[in-house]
Design a protein around this ligand. Structure first.
Ligand code: HEC
Ligand code: HEC
Length: 75
């Protein structure tokens, strides 16, 4: 019985987490000189890794395929 409750709480937690993430607005990739020609994750991380010019926040979601979440701004 206890196990069931723990399991239920965990499921609830995960669902809430996913819901919060899916509701977040994704910041678009700026359409400026620095971004216009970049098309690979490795390139993005040359500037956005932890010790580079524009590090991602610590609470940034999983850093895989940047383009799945960040779309290009028009322009
Ligand atoms: C040449 C360095 C450089 C590269 C390469 C680069 N960025 Fe950036 N990026 C920056 C800098 C500096 C800023 C913050 C200044 C600004 O807003 O232009 C920024 C801003 C951003 C922002 C907006 C942040 C905000 O708060 O509005 C996003 C999103 C972003 N970059 C994503 C990416 C992605 C995805 C890639 C790979 C396609 C990438 N960047 C490649 C330097 C870079
Ligand atoms: C799972 C979706 C997702 C992926 C994949 C993703 N991002 Fe983000 N990114 C976000 C969200 C959501 C925010 C806004 C966070 C906030 O407002 O606190 C964000 C914010 C940013 C910002 C603004 C600064 C910051 O840390 O909040 C930059 C720059 C950025 N992402 C770059 C990248 C790069 C580069 C990659 C690939 C290595 C990447 N993102 C992959 C969802 C994603």
């Amino acid at each position: 019985m206890r196990k069931n409750i723990v399991f239920f709480v965990m499921v609830l937690f995960i669902v809430t987490l996913l819901y919060t993430f899916s509701r977040k607005e994704f910041v678009p990739i700026p359409a400026d000189e620095q971004h216009i020609r970049v098309s690979t994750k490795e390139k993005c991380l040359e500037c956005h890794a932890q010790d580079k010019v524009s590090p991602l926040k610590k609470e940034h979601p999983p850093q895989d395929q940047c383009f799945e979440c960040h779309k290009r701004a028009n322009g």
